[in-house]
Design a protein around this ligand. Structure first.
Ligand code: GDP
Ligand code: IMO
Ligand code: MG
Length: 427
């Protein structure tokens, strides 16, 4: 059985954590391939609720090895506190593996993230302030610090010096901030080295060997397709590639080893932070989706912007990821609406457009063209099979499937592992 990818098909928070956790019991490895602790993945196991940021959601499945791939940016302080938080709750985290090639987030990345946002004012991205963008910028600029650098004090010092050479000038002269002490950063990061050394491994070699032996590897994305730095609503995006290609570069697994790409798709749409969002609602329906769906950010506590389902986005996600399946989540949240509008196309400057426009200006002007589907009022949270759903809920799912361009293989009807209707097996 080759590898499979699980990723967000919208703007994040689609329910990736729950979906990964659900599959975690049947796979051998779960690998995070990009992003960092900007992610907030909620997993509900029985009466226990876990909020994971950096750790792969597979960490909660005892038989599975969680892996932080080379494409991730790691804040070691967050890593250690997340691990100890889980250990205190009785979760065994000893199997975790971390790629030596993953890059580190340092205090200066967080400072730069925050001051840059402040400087942008009204034009800000609304980042999570976790230092994600500046850490990826350093990686691409070849002045990043990798996990493996922690184990050679002289290299670590040289790299911190090189990175801070310009940054301290920028912090002092442009942002009127204090310089960051090289000694302090080196000292802090050397202390982390001791604590994480047992987790560090050549994860690419290990994962490819596991695949050769017939093991199952699940590649778990953070964020979502429309937050992808290449394929998303740039510049209102994160600084990595949550799309399917990122799963290869961020793990060192070649595309020929991947046979399934599952898009996690919410039955409506949400977004956190700034940027265009054609189906956004500013009325009582938007408020109701937020309240019923519990749409508040797991990482920053910000209210999520809410809107109706957008089939143009879903089709786009199918295309840029080569999706083989969808996992439709939070269908239960829509229970109680008499009519449910679904965006089937956009109107841009008086013209009907079926596909996501490539021009940012056009996308900012896109107005949703809605079709209205009949709703249902029955409680669906106990539904176990597709036929348990009320006829109108079945028709809603089928309509979304047709518009989105890939089969819906599972449906979430509640946050718990068991509150899922499995239509086609993913494995
Ligand atoms: P992620 O970032 O993609 O992992 O998603 P988040 O965890 O940030 O947000 C999804 C939220 O929806 C979490 O609170 C989940 O517990 C919850 N959730 C996931 N699937 C379902 C579902 O099918 N129904 C309901 N009601 N909640 C769900
Ligand atoms: P999960 O994995 C939703 C958004 C931020 C901001 C933009 C850039 O839980 O789905 P960054 O800090 O990454 O530089 O912020 O991306 N963002 C997310 N939105 N879910 C996430 O993760 C997100 N991670 C980043 O709100 O708009
Ligand atoms: Mg989230």
């Amino acid at each position: 059985m080759p590898a499979l990818v699980l990723l967000g098909a919208q703007w994040g928070d689609e329910g990736k954590g729950k979906a990964t956790d659900l599959l975690g019991g049947s796979v051998d490895y779960v690998v995070r391939y990009q992003g960092g602790n900007n992610a907030g993945h909620t997993v509900v196991v029985g009466d226990q609720k876990y909020a994971l940021h950096l750790l792969p959601s597979g960490i909660l499945s005892p038989g599975c090895t969680p892996v932080i791939g080379n494409g991730v940016v790691v804040d070691p302080a967050v890593l250690l506190s997340e691990l100890s938080g889980l250990n205190e709750r009785g979760v065994d985290t000893s199997k975790l593996l971390i790629s030596g090639n993953a890059h580190l987030i340092t205090p200066y990345h967080q400072t730069l993230d925050k001051v840059t946002e402040r400087f942008l004012g009204k034009r800000k991205i609304g980042t999570t302030g976790r230092g994600i963008g500046p850490a990826y910028a350093d990686k691409i600029n070849r002045v990043g610090i990798r996990v493996q650098d922690l184990f050679d004090e002289s290299i670590l010092r040289q790299k911190v010096e090189a990175a801070l050479h310009d940054k301290n000038q920028v912090l002092i002269k442009i942002f009127n901030r204090r310089a960051i002490s090289i000694d302090q950063v080196v000292e802090e990061y050397l202390a982390y080295a001791e604590q994480i050394k047992d987790y560090v491994a050549d994860t690419t070699l290990l994962l490819n060997t596991a695949l050769d032996e017939g093991k199952v590897v699940l590649l778990e994305g953070g964020q979502g397709t429309l937050l992808d730095v290449d394929h998303g609503t740039y510049p209102f995006v994160t600084s990595s590639n949550p799309t399917a290609g990122g799963a290869c570069t961020g793990s060192g697994i070649g595309p020929t080893k991947i046979n399934r790409v599952i898009g996690i798709l919410k039955a409506y749409t949400t977004r956190v932070g700034a940027g265009p969002f054609p189906t956004e609602l500013f009325d009582a329906d938007g408020e109701a989706l937020r309240r019923i769906g519990g749409e508040r950010g797991v990482t920053t506590g910000r209210d999520r912007r809410c809107g109706w389902f957008d089939a143009v986005i879903a089709r786009y996600a199918t295309r840029v990821n080569g999706l083989t399946d969808f996992f439709l989540t939070k269908l239960d949240v829509l229970t109680g609406w008499e009519q449910i509008p679904v965006c089937v196309a956009y109107e841009i400057d008086g013209k009907r457009v079926e596909e996501l426009p490539f021009s940012q200006t056009d996308f900012h002007h896109a107005k949703p063209v809605y079709e209205t589907l009949p709703g249902w009022s029955e409680d669906i949270s106990k539904a176990k099979t597709f036929s348990d759903l009320p006829k109108n809920a079945q028709a809603y799912v089928k309509a979304l499937e047709e518009m989105s361009g890939a089969p819906i293989s599972a449906i979430g009807v509640g946050p718990g592992r068991t509150e899922t209707i499995e239509i086609n097996s993913f494995l």
